[in-house]
Design a protein around this ligand. Sequence first.
Ligand code: F6P
Length: 364
Amino acid sequence: MPNVKKIGVLTGGGDSPGINSALRAIVRRASAEGIEVVGFRDGWKGPIEGDAQPLTLADVSGILYMGGTILGTSRTNPFRKEKRDGEVVWEPTEKVDAIVENLEKLSIDALIAIGGDDTLGVAHRLAKYGVKAVGIPQTIDNDIGGTDYAIGFHSALATVTDALDKLHTTAHAHHRLLIVEVMGRDSGWIAVYGGLAGGADVILVPEGPPEGSFSVDDVEKVVKRRLAQGKRFSIVVVAEGARPRELGGRQVARGEVDAFGHVQLGGVGYWLADELKKRDLPLTPRVTVLAYLQRGGIATPFDRLLATRFGVKAVEFALEGRFDVLTGLWGTEIRAVPLGEALAQCPKPVDPELLRVAKVICPG
Ligand code: F6P
């Protein structure tokens, strides 16, 4: 059993409600062993710059429900190098050395990284530089392998469901075709769970054949069938990563690329509305893009509990010397899942059984 006296923690990537619940649990569990906790600010930027602060019981008091992260976050990638000609290569930079040095300087015996596949991917790569890390899966996208759920997904689901409940009243009143664009990057978890919970009539996800995951005809068919049944409104939930067949399966994006090579998605909702306006439909399409609302707000009870359990287990895995793993929820049990194995499944596609249920409830 390693002699863990000091634990570092960081929160990276897209935020969500629930992160602070995990921080609170980490500090409480560590304190019970007399272990000191240091919080690095703004994701991997913190260890690179040695930007850290003590995290005490007082610092985490009253943050259980708070959204966001008291440490701040960023999309910092120490394995990204931009060459003089602008080409981006993925190789260790001097930032990797800085991380190793700062962890040594601060006498950090174990590091807990809370984040999505990008943040945990850095933790995994740092293992070969001697960094002893435990990952906690956190992303509203829920696209991380090795766990049934990631922190933040259920809170985003609550936001989407509430939005769809609200949108039903105006769609019904105005006899409208409302298109709701949700996040999720290359996975459709938010769209499927949110669409089913919120009673959408059409759910469009990124999962599907390369030539495209949906077509405008699919949507037109459902809307016309509902009209024939006297339903003079429809609600379409479309994942930002959904891929129209009319675009050859390409995603609608805004062009910016982040430090991990992800292009910023967004716009498929408006693209679909414009296409539907060209069809012979008596309903006016209107678009709502939920965007960052899905990342904000306060954590649901499920996320608070999941984050608390992950935080406790992450400290215990460190105490047991189990590193280069993440805390994975398997049913009701939490396991130490090798990061390499979990990351190999990213982006975790929506469970086919769930897609089947969505097809039954919202027949295309
Ligand atoms: O990964 C979480 C997420 O919200 C994705 O669903 C979305 O595509 C992305 O982050 C947006 O990235 P950013 O916060 O950098 O704009």
